[in-house]
Each structure stands twice: as structure tokens, then as C-alpha cells.
Ligand binder design. Structure first.
Ligand SMILES: [Zn+2]
Length: 416
């Protein structure tokens, strides 16, 4: 689908928000924008961006239907801010199902697959619901085990022979460790591939990062990276080539922009901006995700011509200025994932008395030796040029800090 074929859906969207969204009605009035003047995808550039702050500040003003028409109420994860509410109508829920079934197909899935879901399906989380509906729509099966619980994960794998796992990739080394400790022959299991969510498994050059290598060096499974967010209600999913997540052009218009808001060129890094097509409840125009990715417009070797996004290098808001160096959290995770002895860690970002960023890595107590400190110090220095502070707590304490009951995802990164 080319920008021309996205045009009717874009015009429908503009008409919809200009009639029903209090936020966009106000914005169009203030900027003297007439939606009939925006005919093509290129014309979109006449509109201002919508930011995370706009969404947080005017949350319910984005809603285009009466609340009585809402089918599902979800919230964003809100790592750095309060979670924002998202409202889905029945047709939005159906759109999610379409997105996910097409995502699964892009990652080599078919009706013959059985998926084991290792993420939350409730807790106001959009993705878990989308996975279940997508598998159902495609005609595949699903085992909803949810996060954690390695015993139940392996019992389900042995009992139902799923072919695909859907998980946050940093959980997989824990799953493998559990299998090893309990003499489960995980290499002989039915699992063929893993749909990885929430964390990158590749470097910007598409080679596997330390976490990706850690998984595949122990287990002969194919990893598929995905990138998605509640705001998009759609996912960028890798095909078998593993060269970035494909855009679904029926559901999103993608722009990738520099700091001045201009489109970056093929292969360059920029901020991901999306316009949601076909959304009824809370559509967004030129929404700045804050996520920094490389974009590729060249056709993929799989034959698809849709643009692709490389791994999320970082989130704009999560940029850390540490001892004169700019660091994004994924780079810190990648160093920690490279160390065999480290099973658990938490990165704590704080401000010191001068208002500068400080980074502390919390690790399990048994690693606290001067030799280990020395190794970590030189590893960080060589990879990132700076070395964060290390502190050590018991494994129980660290597990408690990372796997919080009220959180949907493990807290590898916190701000204090
Ligand atoms: Zn492809």
C-alpha cells in the first residue's frame, strides 16, 4: 500500500476528528486549519504534532464517541508519567485483532500454530488482549499462562506442545535457567520461535544484541522482534529476514523525524511519529512517540515493500546525560546482558545535588567481589566510556524490586 492508497483512510480520519474530537476541533480552530486542504499524506506536514504531554493533559478531549460506546478501557504503561487512558470501541477492538493476526503472519505464523502467552492479559494492558484476539482471528490456538511462573510455563509447554512463545525477552533466560535447574530438556521442546515484546533483541545493524545472543546461544529458536504501543494500537513486526519491523500501512501512517520535525532519510535515526488509521475511539494525528528508531524505506528481501523500523535505540525522555556522555537505557541493559553471571539487575536513574543524572546498577549480593566490580568497571568503560555505580542487595530483595505485583512489566529501569 502506497501513500496514495492511504489517502481515503486519512481523509475519513480527518473528517472524524474534526467532527467529534474536542481536542482536534480546538487545535484546528486555533491554527486555522481546514481539513479539506489536507488531501494527501504529504499534506499532513501542515498539521502540528500531537505530543505525550497533550495526551496526558487533555486525555478525555481526544475521545470521539460517548463513553457508553466504549468496549475496552486500557491505560498506557507510563514509565515516566501517569498512565494515560485509552478508550476502544467495538470496531477498535476488531482493528486490534486484525493488526495482531497480520503481525503473527508476518512473523511466520499460521492457523497450525499454538501460541503460549507469557504476558499479562488483564491489568488494563492492551497487548495481551490483542495477542489473544489475533491468534483467534488467524485460527491458531493460545495458552494464556501470563507472566512469570516458570513451573507453569514448562508444564504447559510439555502438556500442550505450543510452537510459539510470546514474551518479554529478558524473561527467557530465567525460563531456561529454571529448565536447567529442574532437568527439563528444553532443547527438545515444541517451541520453534519467540515473539519478543517490549525490549530490543537486535543492534541497529540487525545483528542480535547481547540478550538476543544469550537466548539463541542456548536455545535453537527463532526470535522475532516487535515494536508497538497502546497509542498506535498496532505493531511493527519482523518478518523472517529479521531486518526491522514492518509497518502495516492499513493501520498507521508512519513518519520518522529529526529534532526540527523534518523527515529523516532512508536508514537514518529519528523519532517515530504515527497517525492512526481506522481508529474510532481515540484517533491520533502525527503523534510523537518519543521512540528513536532507524527507518528503512527500501523494499525488504522478503518481498514486502512497507517501511521498516530498526530496534528502539532509546526513548527521547529517557536520555541520560551521565558524566558528559549521552546514554539510553537499552545500551546499559546490553552491557549487563553480556555478563553471564548476571541474572537480575535494576538500573536506577537519579539526580544528584547539582541536578545531574546519576546511574546506579543494583545487582545480587553474591556478585559483590572486588574482582567482579573491576570487571564491570572496565566493561562499562570500554562499551560506554563511563561506568555507573554498583550496589548490591539480596536476590530476594532485588526480585521484589523488579517484579512488583502492581506492575505489568518487570521494572528493569526506575527513576527516583
Ligand atoms: Zn520483510
Amino acid at each position: 500500500m502506497s501513500p496514495e492508497t492511504q489517502q481515503p483512510a486519512l481523509q475519513q480520519l480527518l473528517l472524524h476528528v474534526s467532527n467529534y474530537s474536542n481536542y482536534y476541533k480546538r487545535l484546528f480552530r486555533e491554527h486555522n486549519i481546514h481539513v479539506d486542504a489536507i488531501k494527501t499524506v504529504a499534506d499532513l506536514a501542515q498539521l502540528p504534532f500531537t505530543t505525550k504531554d497533550d495526551l496526558a493533559q487533555y486525555n478525555d478531549d481526544f475521545l470521539c464517541v460517548p463513553k457508553s460506546r466504549i468496549t475496552d478501557f486500557v491505560t498506557t504503561s507510563g514509565t515516566l508519567s501517569d498512565p494515560v487512558a485509552f478508550y476502544l470501541t467495538d470496531s477498535d477492538v476488531e482493528r486490534l485483532a486484525t493488526n495482531e493476526s497480520e503481525s503473527f503472519r508476518c512473523a511466520g505464523g499460521s492457523e497450525n500454530d499454538i501460541y503460549q502467552l507469557m504476558t499479562t492479559i488483564d491489568r488494563r494492558f492492551m497487548a495481551g488482549l490483542a495477542y489473544w484476539m489475533g491468534a483467534r482471528k488467524m485460527g491458531a490456538g493460545m495458552i494464556r499462562v501470563g507472566p512469570g511462573a516458570p513451573f507453569l510455563q514448562w508444564e504447559s509447554i510439555q502438556r500442550f506442545s505450543p510452537t510459539v512463545i510470546i514474551a518479554i525477552p529478558s524473561f527467557i533466560p530465567r525460563l531456561i535457567d529454571y529448565a536447567v535447574a529442574n532437568e527439563i530438556d528444553f532443547t527438545a521442546s515444541s517451541i520453534q520461535s519467540i515473539i519478543c515484546i517490549g525490549e530490543p533483541i537486535r543492534n541497529p545493524d540487525f545483528s542480535l544484541n547481547e540478550l538476543g545472543k544469550r537466548i539463541t546461544s542456548q536455545w535453537d529458536v527463532k526470535l522475532y522482534s516487535t515494536y508497538a504501543s497502546t497509542e498506535m494500537g498496532a505493531a511493527f513486526t519482523e518478518c523472517g529476514e529479521g531486518k526491522g519491523g514492518h509497518l502495516n500501512p492499513d493501520l498507521l501512517i508512519l513518519e520518522v523525524v529529526d529534532d526540527e520535525g523534518n523527515a529523516v532519510k532512508d536508514g537514518e535515526l529519528g523519532e517515530v511519529v504515527v497517525t492512526t488509521l481506522g481508529v474510532e475511539g481515540m484517533p491520533l494525528l502525527r503523534y510523537k512517540t518519543g521512540d528513536l528508531c532507524n527507518v528503512y524505506y527500501e523494499p525488504c528481501s522478503c518481498g514486502r515493500t512497507s517501511p521498516r523500523l530498526g530496534p528502539v535505540v532509546g526513548r527521547k525522555q529517557q536520555m541520560i546525560k551521565f558524566k558528559g556522555t549521552t546514554i539510553f537505557p537499552p545500551a546499559l541493559f546490553d552491557v549487563l546482558d553480556a555478563v553471564k553471571e548476571i541474572d537480575l539487575y535494576q538500573v536506577v536513574v537519579s539526580k544528584n545535588e547539582f541536578g545531574n543524572d546519576e546511574i546506579t546498577v543494583v545487582l545480587p549480593m553474591q556478585l559483590q567481589t572486588s574482582a567482579f566490580r573491576e570487571t564491570m568497571h572496565s566493561l562499562f568503560k570500554s562499551r560506554l566510556r563511563v561506568s555507573p555505580a554498583l550496589t548490591f542487595v539480596t536476590t530476594e530483595e532485588l526480585t521484589f524490586r523488579i517484579y512488583k505485583q502492581e506492575k505489568r512489566k518487570p521494572e528493569k529501569l526506575i527513576y527516583i
